[in-house]
Design a protein around this ligand. Structure first.
Ligand SMILES: CN(C)C(=N)NCCC[C@H](N)C(=O)O
Length: 277
């Protein structure tokens, strides 16, 4: 019998640099999205353990992980993706919509200034970092509707000198763009069609006819809150149909259990801010 030979994956991983924040102060003491229930117990030690596993997975795949010190009283600081947007080494800081997270913007920006980033800007308009700004090869996709302001899209376009495509989110469960869409490689994306307004969905269909579409079930377990290095896709464990679809496209899915951090309304991508050189 001829042994079956697995075709080599056509996908290539590119080493990335990520910024993360250990969730030692993580708790759900307020509610600013439908996932947060302050009445539900949170196991902070388990959150740290799950987060450590994600960090180790990145390190095992050759990525660099920088750390920002967590600050007491800022339990959502673990969601580092919201702290800024970094493209071509330029840093657009975050300005949060909710008072509970307001102090995170300056805290993240301070980290960048203290770590050699010369070109930084504290924004004029509300933007929640990579929660709503996702960078593809040819443009920045920008979410609006719940958190980031439409004027922030123009601000990002001017600051980064890259075209920005605005997308309107309509389902409060998917309140940041990175809960509804993920960049896989270059201009290849996956998304949840039900999270967008009809006009924005038409834009997505036009610009990304070959995108991978998530099932409502995978979207509902935050499957799109994923990180890709071009070959390995780190995604929430329960999103099994999505993992199979990624595998069929030549990616290597890595399911990650971040059940505690989901209680704050975030998962893999939220915990990971990409530092693009
Ligand atoms: C995937 N998402 C939504 C993120 N990028 N960040 C999570 C932020 C969670 C925080 N409690 C909040 O509601 O702001």
């Amino acid at each position: 019998m001829t042994p079956s030979v697995q075709p080599a994956s056509p996908r290539t991983a590119r080493p990335r640099r990520y910024l993360m924040c250990r969730p030692v102060h993580f708790e759900v003491s307020y509610s600013i999205n439908p996932w947060m229930d302050p009445g539900k117990p949170v196991d902070t030690d388990l959150a740290v353990l799950q987060w450590e596993r994600l960090r180790s997975l990145y390190l095992a795949h050759g990525h660099t992980v920088e750390l920002i010190d967590p600050l007491p009283g800022l339990p959502d600081m673990v969601y580092a993706a919201n702290g800024a947007t970094v493209v071509d080494g330029r840093v657009l800081g975050a300005r949060f919509r909710n008072a509970e997270r307001a102090a995170e913007g300056p805290a993240y920006l301070r980290w960048f200034r203290e770590h050699g980033y010369a070109d930084t800007r504290y924004p004029d308009h509300v933007n929640e970092g990579e929660g709503d700004f996702l960078t593809t090869a040819s443009r920045i996709l920008a979410g609006r509707g719940f958190r980031s302001a439409p004027d922030a899209h123009r601000e990002a376009e001017r600051f980064f000198g890259r075209p920005v495509l605005g997308l309107e989110l309509v389902d409060p469960r998917f309140y940041h763009l990175d809960t509804a869409l993920a960049v896989l490689d270059g201009d290849e994306i996956m998304y949840n069609p039900e999270a967008f307004s009809a006009d924005s969905l038409a834009l997505l269909r036009r610009h990304y006819p070959d995108a991978l579409l998530a099932t409502p079930e995978d979207a509902a377990v935050f499957g799109l809150n994923a990180v890709s290095d071009g070959r390995n896709v780190y995604l929430p464990e329960p999103a099994q149909t999505l993992a199979a679809a990624l595998h069929a496209r030549g990616f290597t899915p890595h399911p990650v259990d971040l059940s505690e951090l989901l209680k704050g309304g975030g998962s893999v991508k939220c915990c990971t801010l990409e530092l693009r050189p």
